[in-house]
Structures are given as C-alpha cells and as structure tokens.
Design a protein around this ligand. Structure first.
Ligand code: GDP
Ligand code: IMO
Ligand code: MG
Length: 428
C-alpha cells in the first residue's frame, strides 16, 4: 500500500494531468488504466508546457515508472510520436512499461470511428475520431488485437483476418468505403513490433509486486465519471470505465490495494462533444468562461462547452468512485464575478432531484436549481494557503465542499506546478 486512484469528476479536462504531476515526486508508478489518445492532459513545468495523450502524466517526474496497463487502447504510432517528442525535450522515457494485454488500435478502427460518426448525423457522439470506440468494441466482441499478438506474425494475421471479416462488409456495403486487406494491416502493425517489444511486460505482476514492497502506485484516469460507459451520460460517453473501478480491471490490481480515491473537479463545468449538460451557458458568461479559462481541447482543439459548477454531479461522482479527496481546480478563473451561481439540485418537469437522475430522458429534461454565491475581485493566483484567499473565495470553496459530499484537499489557482493550495495530504 498505498494504491491511489485519481479520476475526473465531471466530463473531463478537470486538470488531472496537473494533479498527477503534483504528486509525481512522491509516487513510484503512475498507471494509465483506461482510454487511449482521446485524452489530453496538460502539464506546465516552469516555462515548459507538455500535452500528454497516451502516456500517463507521471512520465514527466524523473523517479516515476510510467505504465500503460491492460485497460488502455494503444495507437502505437501515436505512442512513438509522443515518446520521440518527449525525448527531444530531454525527458527520460526509458522506464515506460506497456501491458502485453493492452489492445492495439489499427487504421480500421480510426476509419470506422470517423465514418460511423458521419453516419449517425445528428445523433453523433462527437468523438475524438481516434478509433477508441471501435477498438473497445472489438475487445468486447473478442476480435481485438493485443500487444502480445504483435510478436507472432502467424497469429497476428489470423486475428486481423477475424477482425476484418465483418468490418469489410460494413465498410464496403454500408459506408461505401474500400475494403481493408489483411496484408496491409499486418504490415502496419508489424513495423512497430521490434521497437515496442522491450517495453511490453506483465504489468499486473509488476504493479502487485511493487505494492507488496510498499511502493506508491498512482492510477491516473483518462476521461471522467460522466464519460464512463456505465456511469456516465450514456450514450454520450467514451467506451471505457473512467471511474475508479476501471483502475482495478484496467490494471489487474485488486480493490484491497486501494487506500484512497482522488477526484479532480473544476470550479465550474466543461464538456467537449455532444450530450446533455444541465448547467451549460449559452450567453456571454459561457463565452467568458471559455475565453478566461482557455477552454479549448488539448486533443482536438475544439472549444469546450462551459457552465457553472454542478454539485449534483460532484455528489454523484463522489458516490460512484468512492472519492476520499477532491482537488478543486481553476478557482482563479472565477475571479472578478459579482455572483457565482452553483447548481444545487435539478428541476425535472416540476419534480426536484437532489440526486443524479439515471434515466436518460429525465437527465435531458433536468433544469438546474441555482444558489448564487458572492464573488471576489482580488487576484488569487499567488495564494498558497487557504488564508491567502479572499473571504468570499473561501466561502465558495467551503460551500462546494459541503455540497459535494467529501472534503476538498487541494485548490488549484493557476496552471503552473506550484499554483496550488494544499489543505490535506493527498497521499494517506
Ligand atoms: P485533464 O485532461 O484533466 O488533464 O485536463 P486538461 O489538461 O485537458 O485541461 C485542464 C487545463 O487547465 C490545462 O490547460 C491546465 O494547464 C489548466 N489548469 C489546471 N489546473 C489549473 C488551475 O488551477 N488554474 C488554471 N488557471 N488552470 C489550470
Ligand atoms: P481527458 O482525459 C474531454 C469525449 C469526446 C466525446 C466522447 C467520446 O483529457 O479528460 P471518444 O473519442 O472517447 O470515443 O469520444 O468523449 N472525450 C473527452 N472529453 N476530455 C477527454 O479526455 C475526453 N476523451 C473523450 O469529446 O464527447
Ligand atoms: Mg484533457
């Protein structure tokens, strides 16, 4: 012990990368357990800004062993690009381990992601187009390609043949695209085999041994609670378990190994892609949060939809993840507002909901019931202790804490590594 899980509590982009980086010097392993290069985590260290997609953010901390675990879908070309980019910037990436059981994203997954979104028309999800959903679909359909398969050409060809069998019918007959050949896909994937081989390991074994030796393992979630395929706003979700349970199945570590669960939550809310979002703002205030918060996707560059803090979602995230500590980020972005509305419950067709409605129709009809808190004007980006915050900012934090069902253990006041107010130790 301890195994510590870190997850997003909203719709992603809460600042998980920064929160992971914050703990980097105190942990031995950082594990990516779900998703793929749909994620975009920004870490700012001094004047340097890093955008990480497939690699866990812990790769930037010198003592950390970064791990891509079995629950991840890996686009190997993107992985190599990311590694090369970091190496050119002087980052040591030599300790990276990749699970042999992780799924591989092939060209046909990216193609199907894009054409199926086009086909859905107004029912589209607004995916990142990285092949994530089709790769997970293949995993569940038992026609996925795993890292291990790259090291046996005969098996690889057989598996690709199985994977393409139905897909080519779909591509040609439904989507009007050309068929993809087994040979071209074998060539595509085999070219990576030699370089990836030394990184591939039984990462479940490595992590369990590390935990036996009292090493600290941080499981860094991609995406977030409301994008989780089971607990999110289905079908407007990603295709993996981004909640804390995913850290276990996604890495081969048991629940008894986890000592705490950190939820990262923004002081307001954003969402990229389609789907319901009760506190979304369509007026100047939405534009203000977008501009002031720099809310543009790290992966696709899309403008994020913006809205006020939603405590119904925070309570829900606390419950489904078993969150023990919240890291509240981007409080600095709210500086300068006369009043800051916070959603305390929903009105669904005249009925008050204090808890998240699980039926999709009800959630689509949910209208936020706001409580207005007093704002503050003072620049808080230099605050490093709770007492440094203006009294109304302190009240805002305490009010959010009361509504969100668990304690706030750190407050972000800027993108830089040190722009943080620690309240409780996050590793306990
Ligand atoms: P992630 O996907 O959860 O890792 O988050 P992203 O990196 O996609 O988006 C979070 C953005 O907010 C990044 O640009 C961070 O540099 C930035 N950020 C993180 N914490 C803070 C904070 O406390 N204040 C401000 N102003 N920016 C922050
Ligand atoms: P991080 O880790 C925000 C969204 C997409 C889309 C839906 C499904 O940076 O928080 P997918 O390509 O996964 O099939 O798309 O999920 N999405 C994210 N939104 N942050 C992310 O990652 C996301 N990863 C996926 O916009 O709505
Ligand atoms: Mg992000």
């Amino acid at each position: 012990m301890p195994g510590v899980v870190l997850v997003g509590a909203q719709w992603g982009d809460e600042g998980k990368g920064k929160a992971t980086d914050l703990l980097g010097s105190r942990v031995d392993y950082v594990v990516k357990f779900n998703g793929g290069n749909n994620a975009g985590h920004t870490v700012v260290i001094g004047d340097e800004k890093y955008a990480l997609h497939l690699l866990p953010s812990g790769i930037l901390s010198p003592g950390v062993t970064p791990v891509i675990a079995n629950g991840v879908v890996v686009d190997i070309e993107v992985l190599f690009q990311e590694l090369d980019d970091l190496v050119s910037r002087g980052v040591d990436v030599s300790k990276l381990l990749v699970s042999g059981s992780a799924q591989v994203i092939a060209g046909y997954h990216r193609t199907i992601d894009k054409v199926s979104e086009r086909f859905l028309g107004k029912r589209r999800i607004g995916t990142t187009g990285r092949g994530i959903g089709p790769a997970y679909a293949d995993k569940i359909n038992r026609v996925g390609i795993r890292m291990w398969d790259l090291f046996d050409e005969k098996i690889l060809a057989e598996k690709i043949e199985g994977a393409l069998d139905q897909k080519n019918h779909l591509l040609v007959k439904v989507y009007n695209r050309r068929a993809i050949t087994v040979d071209e896909t074998v060539d595509e994937l085999l070219q990576y085999a030699d370089r990836i081989k030394p990184m591939v390991a039984d990462t479940s074994l490595v992590l369990n041994k590390a935990l036996d030796e009292d090493k600290t393992v941080l499981f860094e979630g991609g995406q977030a609670t409301m994008l989780d395929v089971d607990h999110g706003t289905y079908p407007f979700v990603t295709s993996s378990n981004a909640t804390a349970g995913g850290a276990l199945t996604g890495s081969g570590v048991g629940p008894t190994r986890i000592s705490s669960v950190i939820g990262v939550v923004k002081a307001y809310t954003t969402r990229v892609g389609e789907g319901p979002f009760p506190t979304e703002l369509f007026d100047d205030m939405g534009e203000y949060l977008l501009k002031t918060g720099g809310e543009y996707g790290v992966t696709t560059g899309r403008a994020r939809r913006c809205g006020w803090y939603d405590s119904v979602i925070a309570r829900y995230a606390t419950r489904v993840n078993g969150i023990t500590d919240l890291v509240l980020t981007k409080l600095d972005i709210l500086t300068g507002l006369e009043k800051v509305p916070v959603c305390v419950a929903y009105d669904v067709d005249g009925v008050r909901y204090d808890e998240m409605p699980t039926d999709q129709t009800a959630f689509h009809h949910a209208k936020p019931i706001f409580e207005e808190l007093d704002g503050w004007w003072e620049d808080i980006s230099g605050a490093r202790s709770f007492d440094d915050l203006p009294v109304n900012a302190q009240r805002y934090v305490r009010a959010l804490e009361g509504m969100s069902g668990t304690r706030i253990s750190a407050i972000g006041v800027g993108p830089q590594r040190d722009a943080i107010i620690p309240l409780h130790d996050l590793l306990h």
